[in-house]
Design a protein around this ligand. Structure first.
Ligand code: PAZ
Length: 345
C-alpha cells in the first residue's frame, strides 16, 4: 500500500487577486440630508420594541435631568441577508472599548446609556465573561458551598461594589441592538430623548457600524437557497446613509458629539479622521487602528494638532486600560463644552 499521501495543492491568493477581490474605489458617500433621512426611516421599519425602550430611556433622562448623561454605543451592527434571518454580515467588534469606557464614565459621575450589540461585552461583567476562562473557573467549592476563588476575591469585590453602586443609583441603562436598522432607529430616538439635557448630553459613538446593508424591500423573506451547479451568491448592498451630520445638526443640537474612526492602514488614519471631523462638524474624532486600538488612539479636533494617547510599555504590562486615559481627557473637554454653552454641571 502506498503510504505516501500527497498534500493538497495549496492555493493562496496572489496580491493581485486580493487587490481585485473587492472594489475599494467607492467614492466618498455624501452625508445624509433630510430627504435621505425620510427615505431611510420611512422605508425601513422601526423595531417593534422601540416605543417601550424609549419610554424607559425617557424615565432615565428625567431621573438624571440635572446630571451629565453619556450615550455610549458599543459593539458591531449586523446586516441580515434574509428577513427570517439565518445568515447575516457581521464585524469583529467585541464591545471592549464601549464597555470599558462606560465604567470610566460612571467613575467620573456620569449616568450612562449603554446602547450595545446584544451579547457583546457589558460594563463590569466584562471582567468575567467572554474570557478564555469559563466563569466557573473563578469559583471553588468550600464546605459544600460555591465561593469565589481567593485569588480573585479582591478584584471581584471591587468590581461588584462598583456594579452595585451603579445599579442602586440608577446610573446605568443597558439597551441592546443587533441589526444596523435597529441601531439606527434607536440612535435617532435616543438622541431626541436626550435633547432636554442640552450640552450635558455627551455622545460617545464607539460602535462599529455597517457601511452597507440590504434595504427592507430587497430582503428575501426566507432562507436563501443554494442552486444546483454551485452558482455564486451575488450580493447587492446599498450604502448605509451617513447620519452623523443629521445627529449633530438636528437630532442632538447642543450635545457634545464624539465619533470613532477605525482604519487598518496607519498612513491614512489622521487624514480620514480629519476628513470625518470636517464632514460632520462635530467636536472630536478619536482615530484608532485595528492592530493597536488597545494601546494608542489619536484625538482629532477642530483647529488643534492631533493629540495622541498611548499606554507606556509599563502601563501595558500592568494591564492598565487605555480608556482610563481617554475618559478623563474627554471629561475635561466636556466641562469646557458645557461652560461655553452657558450651562452649569
Ligand atoms: O469593540 P472593540 O473594543 O473590539 O473595538 C472598538 C472599535 C475599534 C470598534 C472602536 O474603537 C471604533 O473605532 N469604532 C468605530 C468604528 C468605525 O470606524 O466605524
Amino acid at each position: 500500500m502506498d503510504s505516501h499521501i500527497p498534500s493538497p495543492p495549496t492555493r493562496r491568493l496572489s496580491t493581485g487577486e486580493r487587490e481585485n477581490a473587492i472594489d475599494r474605489t467607492i467614492p466618498l458617500f455624501p452625508p445624509a440630508v433630510e430627504i435621505d433621512e425620510h427615505n431611510y426611516f420611512d422605508n425601513n421599519d422601526p423595531p417593534e420594541y422601540l416605543e417601550s425602550m424609549i419610554s424607559g430611556a425617557q424615565e432615565f433622562v428625567k431621573f438624571h435631568k440635572n446630571n451629565r448623561v453619556v450615550l455610549v454605543t458599543s459593539g458591531g451592527t449586523t446586516v441580515p441577508l434574509e428577513n427570517q434571518t439565518v445568515r447575516f454580515i457581521d464585524n469583529f467588534s467585541a464591545g471592549t472599548r464601549g464597555a470599558t469606557s462606560a465604567e470610566y464614565f460612571l467613575e467620573h459621575g456620569y449616568a450612562v446609556i449603554f446602547l450595545h450589540r446584544q451579547f457583546s461585552l457589558l460594563p463590569y461583567s466584562r471582567h468575567y465573561s467572554h474570557s478564555t476562562n469559563c466563569f466557573l473557573d473563578f469559583m471553588e467549592e468550600k464546605n459544600g458551598k460555591v465561593v469565589v476563588d481567593p485569588k480573585y476575591q479582591e478584584e471581584m469585590l471591587s468590581v461588584l461594589r462598583q456594579y452595585q453602586t451603579a445599579k442602586e443609583k440608577n446610573l446605568l441603562l443597558l439597551l441592546p441592538f443587533t441589526t444596523i436598522n435597529q441601531y439606527l432607529h434607536t440612535l435617532r430616538a435616543l438622541s431626541v430623548t436626550l435633547q432636554p439635557l442640552k450640552s450635558r448630553a455627551l455622545f460617545y459613538l464607539a460602535a462599529a457600524v455597517s457601511d452597507f446593508f440590504v434595504p427592507l424591500h430587497r430582503i428575501p423573506e426566507h432562507k436563501i437557497q443554494s442552486k444546483a451547479g454551485g452558482s455564486k451568491l451575488l450580493m447587492n448592498l446599498d450604502p448605509v446613509p451617513k447620519f452623523l451630520h443629521r445627529l449633530v445638526e438636528k437630532w442632538a443640537p447642543g450635545a457634545m458629539i464624539i465619533s470613532f474612526k477605525l482604519e487598518t492602514d496607519s498612513s491614512i488614519l489622521l487624514s480620514k479622521s480629519r476628513q470625518a471631523l470636517e464632514r460632520y462638524s462635530h467636536q472630536l474624532v478619536i482615530g484608532n487602528l485595528l492592530q493597536t486600538r488597545k494601546t494608542e488612539v489619536v484625538f482629532v479636533e477642530p483647529d488643534t494638532p492631533a493629540y495622541w494617547i498611548r499606554l507606556t510599555p509599563a502601563q501595558e504590562a500592568a494591564g492598565i486600560d487605555i480608556e482610563s486615559l481617554i475618559i478623563p481627557a474627554i471629561v475635561k473637554r466636556h466641562t469646557v463644552w458645557i461652560k461655553e454653552s452657558g450651562s452649569s454641571v
